[in-house]
Design a protein around this ligand. Sequence first.
Ligand SMILES: C[S@@+](CC[C@H](N)C(=O)[O-])C[C@H]1O[C@@H](n2cnc3c(N)ncnc32)[C@H](O)[C@@H]1O
Length: 384
Amino acid sequence: MSSGTGGGYWDEKALPSVFKHELLKRYLSPFGGMTGSHARDKLVVYLDGYAGEGRYESGEPGSAEIALRVASHHRSRGLTLSCFFVEQQAKSFARLEEVVAGYQRRGVQAVARRGGVDDVLDDVLHQAVQAPLFLFLDPCGLCLPLDRLAGAFRQRPHRWPPTELLMNFSMMAVRRIGGHVRSSKGNEKTLQRFDAVCGGTWWREYFAAGRPDAAEKVAAEYGRRLGRRAGLSVVSVPVAHKPGDKPVYHLVFGTRSPYGLWVFGDTVARARDEWWKTLELREEDTEMTLFSTTSLKQPDPGEIAARAVPHIAGNLGDLLQRERRPVKLVDYTLEVLGRYYGQVPDPVVRKAVQLLHKQGGTPSDGVGERHVRNIVLRPGPVAA
Ligand SMILES: C[S@@+](CC[C@H](N)C(=O)[O-])C[C@H]1O[C@@H](n2cnc3c(N)ncnc32)[C@H](O)[C@@H]1O
């Protein structure tokens, strides 16, 4: 199975990459800032294990340049984001090296290594023993075997220094390999490679049963297993070319930090807005339609917020009834947001707090707390 990028990949950023890169940019910056300000020597380590060329022919930044820009910004604030970029393919590596060199000259701490991520991972883990570590693993096909990936996290079993993961789990690869399970011409070697990625043959059963949702079920179960084995909270975001299409991959996020989980959800909601905007712009560029299909399909953020506010207020009320003591929102991220996790940004949650307050469900009104995640809700009725 090919593990490289096909022709044209580096000409211009494809739509799924718009979302992926927005997410990376918007999340890596606060991760570096929040963890780096408490870290020894203010040092944070970052690994982009499948870095590619670093920059598109169009001049847009790839994942490597996105991290280099974040590192450059943090450097001006006295934080060091020490970046490792790994790329296997010679041509891509040559271009990557040039991009990295430009930032090295400006004082950014970064190295580009030619080879397989598996060969570099231990070195990075060693260099990051005392430091917060963020792993971005973005292969075109299959990622590292689960034993290897979970093993890296088990070497760093504590909440501090933190270790987080953003990983591309290719749904195209899952669907393609899934096809081998029921085919008489199925390639056993390919199946075994995916067994290693999944940490067992369990995934084959979904395809053997001929379930139409097999690939999605496999992605969900993979996330649960990764979470258990690596000791992480794992959430997974499907990413498609356009609305209504099957996802090309899931972005799998893993953290041990309640703050990480909260900030990631807010970031997903904001990155999705950017993706919609780009989708609409590209459609304007390519088609002369009376009504853009994007604008017809794009959910109105106002309508989503209008539905989310009472739902989240209800979740908050239930939480207070159960806990019967003050609760800090960040400690209950998934319970607070429920099905709106990754769908709505922080201001919507603040509105939900205000609604619950108005309804008499809490004396806390959420006013004055800069970060919504830090709001502490007290139980009991509003004081008269
Ligand atoms: C999807 S592309 C990377 C895109 C890049 N992360 C971005 O967002 O700009 C995957 C890259 O991984 C490289 N690659 C494939 N297998 C690899 C391995 N085992 N170790 C390191 N790089 C690998 C491929 O050559 C390709 O350039």
